[in-house]
Design a protein around this ligand. Sequence first.
Ligand code: ADE
Ligand code: ZN
Length: 317
Amino acid sequence: MYDWLNALPKAELHLHLEGSLEPELLFALAERNKIALPWNDVEALRSAYAFNNLQEFLDLYYQGADVLRTEQDFYDLTWAYLQRCKAQNVIHTEPFYDPQTHTDRGIPFEVALNGIATALKDGREQLGVESGLILSFLRHLSEDEAQKTLDQALPYRDAFFAVGLDSSEMGHPPSKFQRVFDRARGEGFLTVAHAGEEGPPEYIWEALDLLKISRIDHGVRASEDPRLMQRIIDEQIPLTVCPLSNTKLCVFDHMGQHNILDMLEQGVKVTVNSDDPAYFGGYVTENFMALHEHLGMTQEQAQRLAQNSLDARLFKA
Ligand code: ADE
Ligand code: ZN
């Protein structure tokens, strides 16, 4: 089954580049940049990857991102991810990156973006992996800071096609970012947002009605609200679901309780994605495989999930 799933042509629509930083590369970059780490070795770091919720993960994720300093670092990070795409027949990817994670550490805006954009271009030309970048705002920071980030990004508008919203969901509803999303749409960008990962269905309504998103990132808590479910089925609004992430962050206690296949059978346009694969135990194929092992996903369901991912692409080359 693994090889069959691996060979399925698919798109990845929910992937944080900073979350694809494998411990081996993290250590290599720390050495290259002469940064002291609080872990003795790769195994010690990996054993720290045990989380009770989103915030515990985010604290480690932002700490890990501190080894990314130069354009070459961001290139190497992105290139390593694109090679995984190639190996898993991910023919199209729409990754996120969080500029504020880097600018807040004093890394100039263009350093991260140039490294990422150059690797994505090489990925298209040398690996045949199509891609479009999503610039994601950190929702635990203010709207004003998001506006400043958009100001910094506009001179590089050709490097990305959409804006997103990520980081700590609870207490930071989509409504907090309505004006910056209005402005981004006015500048011609599509919008997506994390909603209904830990947050309630109301946050999904807000993301749809106020941020006018084209796709919901996670969205698994939509199943708690029948009226919302009807809307996302009627309008075929895609959900970028991340099964391994949801179990690692205790959104579901066990993969056997995940609702992705129930949603699929109800007609929701759900897709399978890896979110932060270096931290959650695998890339897209491993996520498909977990659904097969714990939920009995059939080949026919896998084909529909993979087709959904291709249908839900927003970036047109
Ligand atoms: N940033 C990286 N991964 C994330 C997730 N799963 N939810 C919110 N923000 C994130
Ligand atoms: Zn995410």
